[in-house]
Write a protein that binds this ligand. Structure first.
Ligand code: ADP
Ligand code: AMP
Length: 268
């Protein structure tokens, strides 16, 4: 197993490494796992990464909310748990992710936002990605498709007090799904979306009492997932309290460094 240098979010001083001479546009991002507590900025960063790399952002929370809105069996099964700040069952979420990853738009990469959130989900995902990589190698497509690339885990670190402020101030556009914040990123006019004028809404679970439970669940079930990836060889951690564009730049630089080093290794 090859161990890559862990990427810090500290600014780099001077000099250009050989890996940085390969342009960003050549980067095939592959599977990216966005980890972090509720409100840490996964959705904000996931959307930005998806736009800059032309890959899908796959938010398990969004898929569950869509199912809830459509009244599907999946949505009904998850509704009560979501309202209480608890996690949906692993087998249900894993199946949902399997279906989404089978779609062709995931070929060059994808951002998993809010998944995996438990160790069994992480184990399931690793098995699933390994199986896909094997299947692609048999087909002779490993050079051009994502499953051959190992997942990079990105942890967005934000303090409890800041998370609470972000969660209670969060507003979403139900039409285009842009994310706002009444304190930190308000819309230009009243409480309507800048882009399509739709009235913004607050999520039912973005209240302090449910947030507290979501944080308890995060500490018990998701913090061990972060430690699992930290102990691995493709882990990036960023300071999520910096402005969103700086967080995005730190994540992008880390991912490009990992992928470029992989490409250089395969060349020689
Ligand atoms: P998550 O998907 O992790 O729950 P979001 O991306 O929805 O988090 O962000 C939570 C709230 O914090 C949103 O209201 C968003 O506008 C705001 N936010 C996200 N990133 C930043 C940042 N770097 N600085 C300030 N506010 C942010
Ligand atoms: P999020 O939009 O990521 O904040 O998720 C909202 C809610 O959806 C969570 O509080 C959980 O109830 C549920 N959920 C989202 N992702 C997962 C996951 N990977 N595993 C279990 N439940 C999830």
């Amino acid at each position: 197993m090859v161990t890559l240098v862990a990427v810090s979010d500290a600014p780099k001083k001077g000099g250009t490494s050989s890996s940085e001479k390969i342009s960003a546009s050549e980067t095939v991002p592959g599977p990216i796992l966005l980890l972090g507590a509720p409100g840490s900025g996964k959705g904000t960063q996931g959307k930005s990464m998806a736009a800059s790399w032309g890959i899908p952002q796959i938010s398990t929370g969004d898929i569950l909310r869509e199912n809830r809105a459509r009244g599907t069996a999946l949505g009904k099964a998850a509704e009560k748990l979501m309202g209480e700040g608890k996690l949906a069952p692993d087998d249900l979420v894993n199946k949902m992710v399997a279906e989404r990853l089978a779609q062709p738009d995931t070929a060059r990469g994808f951002v998993l936002d809010g998944y995996p959130r438990t160790l069994p989900q992480a184990e399931w995902l690793e098995r699933s990605l390994a199986q896909r990589a094997d299947a692609q190698r048999v087909d002779g497509q490993a050079e051009t498709t994502v499953p051959a690339l190992a997942a990079i885990a990105v942890n967005i670190r934000v303090s409890y007090t800041e998370l609470l402020r972000r969660i209670t101030g969060r507003r979403n556009c139900p039409t285009c799904h842009r994310i706002y914040n009444v304190y930190l990123k308000p819309p230009q006019v009243d409480t309507v979306c800048d882009v399509d004028g739709t009235p913004l809404v607050a999520r039912a679970d973005d209240v302090e009492t449910v947030f507290e439970e979501r944080m308890r669940v995060y500490d018990a079930q998701t913090a061990p997932v972060v430690e699992h990836y930290r102990a691995g060889d493709r882990f990036i951690e960023v300071d999520g309290e910096r402005p969103a564009d700086e967080v995005a730049a730190a994540i992008t630089a880390g991912i490009e460094r990992f992928r470029t080093e992989e490409r250089l290794r395969n060349l020689f």
